[in-house]
Design a protein around this ligand. Structure first.
Ligand SMILES: Cc1ncc(COP(=O)(O)O)c(C=O)c1O
Length: 407
């Protein structure tokens, strides 16, 4: 058996809980709990808090680890509470003109729809593009066909870029069908047309290697593949793009904000030019302490090694489903996997079972200690760097025994 890149012993995992749903909520490593506890101890005795080491040092360390994870520079990272807040910062800060358009794939997670829909009163429109033949979303989501290898989602998005399109906003890895979009191809096309590519990266961050080249912004929460508690993520922005955004206006987004030898009430200061200009104010040090530990673990293991491991487990599970009721789905997903079109989520299409049928299957898993999730027509099985080959075999054994309706 191959050793997983993240030692399972670093987490509080047990036989009764095979957690295959970091696409909903990732497990936090024990180190994160220790860090939060140590930080709370300082809160109990505030004289133990250090300005340089804690107030400034913890956020700076998180920015540095986040930058290492995405292959960027610390200066381009802003700590944000959530993916949504990162995208809202971009949406609210961008210098729009009436008539501008935001283009997005059909069926985005709402975090990447509402920030743009909220701009309607400023004359900005939001247009969705279906990504393959038979692709549906919204009220028709369960009637959608699943993506196949023949689909060319990037081609459709590129063809749909219009003269008023300023931003192409999309999920790197889609939350329901698990498809991973080709960011280098999209960013090249966007650059040629002067369009900004803004990415919701939460379903790929921590498990999938990233190329930031040509992106304008990349937002993620920390609580899925990044394995931190809810409440802190980050936003990466390209330098030139960031300078076009309005700063958040927090007291920490200006020069010398924490140099108390200068009166804080002296407002004659320049905005910072780095990512701190977009942060919401005093740092959430508790969350940052936990996120820091998770990012360190991920960087030590290496995202490339995690991605390779995840793909091997996915292949193992899908191979194990040949000859079962999931044969056709396994073939479809193997083809996508082989072409590098998947992130960490294997999304099994309901194929006529409907919500009730998929929920029954999911619950049959719960009874056997396997935790998966159902979203918009798909049963989602998500592997990470701490899963083992035995975990993949256990998932195959469970799914393989299921007939048309759940046992
Ligand atoms: C693609 C995608 N974006 C964003 C989110 C969550 O956003 P936030 O970090 O704002 O809670 C999810 C959660 O499921 C998601 O799947």
């Amino acid at each position: 058996m191959k050793t997983p890149p993240l030692n399972p012993a670093l987490f509080h995992l047990d036989e009764a809980h095979l957690w295959l749903m970091h696409c909903a909520e990732g497990p936090v490593p024990r180190a994160g709990v220790r860090a939060v506890r140590a930080f709370m101890q300082k809160e109990l005795q505030p004289w133990e808090m250090r300005w340089e080491e804690d107030f400034l040092g913890i956020p700076a360390a998180v920015r540095a680890e986040a930058a290492a994870l995405v292959g960027g520079r610390s200066e381009d990272i802003s700590l944000t509470p959530t993916t949504s807040s990162g995208l809202v910062t971009v949406a609210q800060g961008y210098p729009w003109h009436g008539g501008d358009e935001v283009l997005a794939p059909l069926g985005e997670f709402p975090s990447n729809a509402w920030p743009w829909l909220a701009l309607r009163s400023r004359g900005v429109s939001f247009r969705e593009v279906s990504l393959w033949e038979g692709h549906r979303a919204g009220a028709e989501a369960w009637a959608s066909r699943p993506p196949t290898l023949e689909a060319d989602p990037e081609g459709r998005l590129i063809a749909a870029l219009g003269p008023r399109t300023c931003v192409l906003a999309l999920s790197w890895v889609r939350f329901q069908d698990g498809l991973k979009l080709d960011l280098p191809r999209l960013s090249a096309a966007c650059r040629e047309r002067g369009v900004h590519l803004v990415v919701d990266g939460i379903q790929g961050a921590g498990t999938t290697p990233l190329d930031l080249e040509g992106l304008s912004a990349f937002a993620t929460g920390g609580y899925k593949g990044l394995l931190a508690p809810e409440g802190m993520g980050f936003l990466w922005t390209g330098e030139a793009f960031r300078q076009s955004l309005s700063p958040s206006g927090s007291w920490l987004s200006v020069e010398e904000a924490t140099d108390f030898s200068r009166p804080s009430t002296d407002f004659n200061r320049a905005w910072l030019t780095d990512g701190r200009a977009l942060e919401p104010g005093g740092p959430n040090l508790l969350q940052a302490s936990a996120l820091l530990e998770s990012l360190r673990l991920l960087n030590e293991a290496g995202v490339a090694a995690i991605a390779e491991h995840v793909a091997a487990l996915q292949e193992r599970l899908l191979e194990g489903l040949r000859g079962t009721r999931w044969s056709d789905e396994a073939e479809r997903l193997l083809a996508l996997l082989g072409a590098g079109r998947l992130g960490p989520i294997l999304s099994f299409h309901h194929g006529g079972l409907g919500l009730e049928g998929l929920n029954q299957i999911m619950k049959s898993g719960y009874r056997r200690g396997l935790f998966t999730s159902v979203r918009e027509g798909y049963l989602r099985v998500a592997f990470h760097g701490f899963h083992t080959e035995a975990d993949a075999d256990r998932a195959a054994a469970w799914l393989g025994t299921l007939s048309g309706t759940a046992s």
